[in-house]
Structure formats: C-alpha cells, structure tokens
Design a protein around this ligand. Sequence first.
Ligand code: AMP
Length: 147
Amino acid sequence: MGLRYADGMADTIFTKILAGELPCHRVYEDEDVLAFLDINPLSPGHTLVIPKEPAETLDQLSDEASAAVGRVLPRIARAVLQATGATQYNVLQNNGPRAHQAVFHVHFHIIPKLEDGRGLGIDWQLGTLGDDAAELAATIAKQISLS
Ligand code: AMP
C-alpha cells in the first residue's frame, strides 16, 4: 500500500514514521496498521493506532482500512491495560484543528485513565435534543443509505 497522500495533502510526521524515516516506540504492526507510543503521553501507555492508508480524517478512510484498525483496537487496548495495570481508558479520535487534531493522518489514541487523574480530561457540556431531532436523524440516515 502506498504511503503518499492524495493530491493537495501534505506529508505528516506519521507518514515519516510509516516510511521508517523517523523512529517510534512500536507496539504493533501488520499490513494495514501501525501502533506506537505517543511522544507526549497523557498517561503511561498512551498509544496511537494508525492506518497505513493515508487519510487526513476518519470520514476519508476506506472501509477496508477502517476495518483493519477496528479489528486490532480491542487487542491493543487489552495489551496496554495489562502492561500498565490500568483498568480504565479512553479511545480518542480527533478530526480537524477545532477538534484538537494536530497531526493530519487518521489516528486513534488509547489513553489509560488512572486513579490519580492522569489520562484524558473531558469538558463534556451536555446539550438537549431539539424539536428537529427526528428530521436530523432521518437526514443522517438518508446520507448513510446514499453512501
Ligand atoms: P492529535 O491532537 O489527535 O492530532 O494527536 C496527535 C498526537 O501525536 C499527539 O498526542 C502527539 O503527542 C503525538 N505525536 C506527535 N509527534 C509524534 C511522534 N513523533 N511520535 C509519537 N507521537 C507523536
């Protein structure tokens, strides 16, 4: 599988890691997926799981590459828990700079959440479903059926 992004997409630091041009602390690799330790961990064991397919955001990823990542995520998560002794964790996947994405190659964070608070902090501001919920759900469902 090629490592070049589509026209207009810049290479990222993860492209260089995939190409072997930059080092990483690898924990898993197969034909479609690489996983390695995050260089600035929120907690010990913070791991990144990336498809080898070049895509900036999750919605741009092929079904095949998504399936390859999904197939190994639980196995990698179990290994991170066993290695660190953590029992709870978050899986985080950011898309777009406003959504905290800094590296524009799809990646999933596995972040142990420790009793001392280390891990992912979440400022989760609850909203309320509006009167347009049924229409919105129908619109999303229609888009899925068209894709
Ligand atoms: P995001 O904000 O979701 O784009 O996360 C990007 C993550 O990549 C951050 O948690 C960084 O610490 C991590 N990162 C950046 N460069 C490297 C690198 N060379 N090796 C490992 N992790 C990296």
